[in-house]
Write a protein that binds this ligand. Sequence first.
Ligand SMILES: Cc1ncc(COP(=O)(O)O)c(C=O)c1O
Length: 124
Amino acid sequence: MEELLRETTRWDNGQLINRRTGGIIKVMIPVHLFGQMADMKSLMEIAKTYRLAVIEDAAQAIGSEHIGGKRAGEMGNIGCFSFFPSKNLGGFGDGGMCTTNDPHLAEHLRYCARMAPNQNIITR
Ligand SMILES: Cc1ncc(COP(=O)(O)O)c(C=O)c1O
């Protein structure tokens, strides 16, 4: 991941830019698959170096534990879980959950959950 970012991005005015597309890169999304957590310790260090927010896709990893005791969804800025019936913790129908320890993000996520079905509210 570090090598990929080093080779495919550049800095411009404090923003991380994709050299090929010119797009601004703000977020890293590690995906924990089959209950196995991504190497979050290394990825969090890389995210810090590249000033990226981290959104953990923990749809398949509820309850999974990282070396050192941290659980899926606990290390990134936001953790996302799926309760689709085929997932580790399947619900009766569709559903999901986001986790964060940032009160401002939590409020924004609550707002998204309430309003997103009705309008395009993702502005930044
Ligand atoms: C790793 C992963 N992320 C995200 C999703 C999407 O979850 P949902 O269907 O609840 O939006 C899935 C579902 O297959 C998944 O396996």
